[in-house]
Design a protein around this ligand. Structure first.
Ligand code: HAM
Length: 419
């Protein structure tokens, strides 16, 4: 049998996996420094949750991107295509509104969308998502964007571009939509956009098709349809970003692919990526909690795709990914089969002192051990033969410099700990 992974999925091994863990550690640290807490929710939910959450005219629903199946009870289940609907469902189901403060949640998890795979676009991908449920202040929108940008900056991507827009509240958007429909009617549009004209003309603004682009450039702009309150909200978001020193471009064509947004929306793109240049996106979704049966509660959030983020970081010249090639600090070379039984407790001593240590138990010859330690990128090799065990004095070789030191296990542990 010759098994292969599914199209649009991937494996991460060795340094790639270590690199991913480093990115996740940076993300967690940043989210927690803003007082956000980790939330875990299931990979499977009732499909209705996402159909309702993402909206009837979202790509997830229109392009049938959800992976669904019927369970044994005949219920339609979906692998989550995104996390916002799950976060809101969990917020309501766990009564987080009763805590007396806004829910500040973050999650890192796999999402599934049946899209056509290409560079930067997968069918199973990982999102870091952040949701603030409870605080409708424009300062939350700005803080979320700043947090997103801070993560990118820490990873060497401070040249990423933030595109900001306001798509207004529902009533304002309804007026804008009818103005858009009037404008696009009779214009030359691609087949997808002709469909969008019926379902959600806003999404036409997102079209990448060359012939549509020329028509789109002269389309009415949502910002002209904002009422006083939403206009003031948008102004406050921009001023807060200015005061935080976060640069952005106002782009009236940022509309997002999910239906639940209102007011602030944003996307962050990197030039280092090709066609799939959007690393993250988000905005306000003040209507979802009430739509899911809760009390009207404002909410805002964003998600970063870890695959696109990793691709952009690896492509950035300033970022040195060599560190992720490193193996364990110590390789223990047991020479001769008579010392084998001593190795587990020896390794344990180093590990208990916080020093990563490994060996190939199957090898008993120096040459094989040195070869393995070298390939593994171990920092040091400890030589353990019968003599060493008897005397309690061991040799430790620095694999980079070749320098060798001698001492008891205690001495060597303290030498390594100092390093
Ligand atoms: P989204 O724009 O659909 O928003 O996805 C956010 C990010 O996930 C994208 O910018 C991209 O980096 C990544 N992504 C999406 N689809 C794929 C794919 N097929 N392959 C690789 N990466 C992908 C959301 O999902 C919203 N839930 C974000 C949000 C949170 N809004 C408010 N709160």
């Amino acid at each position: 049998m010759n098994f292969r992974k599914l199209k649009g999925t991937y494996d991460l091994t060795g340094a790639e996996s270590a690199f991913r863990n480093f990115i996740i550690a940076t993300i967690r640290e940043t989210a927690e420094s803003y007082g956000y807490e980790n939330i875990v929710f299931p990979v499977m939910e009732y499909a209705e949750l996402f159909a309702h959450g993402a909206g009837e005219t979202s790509d997830i629903v229109v392009k049938k991107e959800m992976y669904t199946f019927e369970d044994r009870g005949g219920r339609m289940i979906a692998l989550r295509p995104e996390g916002t609907a799950s976060a809101v469902r969990a917020y309501l189901e766990n009564n987080l509104s009763q805590r007396g403060y806004s829910a500040r949640l973050y999650y890192i998890g796999d999402m599934f969308r049946a899209e056509r795979p290409q560079a930067g676009r997968f069918r199973e991908f990982t999102q870091f998502g952040v949701e603030n449920i409870g605080d409708g202040s424009p300062l939350v929108d700005a803080e979320l964007i700043a947090m997103n940008f801070e993560i990118l900056t820490k990873l060497g991507l401070d040249d990423s571009k933030i595109y900001l827009n306001s798509i207004g509240d529902l009533d304002e958007r309804a007026k804008y939509l009818s103005a858009l429909q009037d404008y696009f009617l009779g214009k030359e549009l691609c087949e997808d956009c002709r469909g969008r004209l019926e379902t959600n003309a806003l999404r036409i603004l997102d079209c990448k098709n060359e012939s549509c682009r020329t028509v789109i450039d002269d389309a009415p702009v949502m910002l002209d349809f904002l009422g006083e309150e939403t206009k003031a909200h948008f102004e406050d978001v921009k001023s807060a970003l200015d005061s935080l020193g976060v640069s952005y471009v106002v782009d009236p064509q940022i509309v997002r692919g999910l239906d639940y947004y209102n007011r602030t929306v944003f996307e962050i793109k990197s030039d280092a990526l090709g066609a799939q240049s959007t690393m993250s996106g988000g905005g306000r979704y003040d209507n979802m909690v009430a739509e899911f049966g809760g009390q009207a509660t404002p909410a805002a959030g964003f998600a970063i795709g870890l695959e696109r983020l990793s691709m952009a970081v690896s492509a950035s010249k300033d970022f040195d990914t060599a560190a992720f090639e490193e193996g364990p600090t110590l390789y223990v070379a047991g020479i001769g089969s008579e010392v084998s039984a001593k190795l587990p407790s020896l390794l344990k001593q180093f590990r208990s002192a916080g020093i990563s240590a490994a060996t190939e138990f199957r090898h008993t010859k120096l040459k094989k051990h040195m070869n393995a330690a070298d390939k593994m990128n171990a920092g040091y090799v400890l030589f353990v033969g019968g003599d060493e065990i008897e005397k309690g004095i061991f040799s430790l070789r620095n694999m980079k410099s070749g320098v060798q030191t001698e001492g008891s296990i205690i001495d060597l542990i303290s030498a390594l700990s100092e390093e």
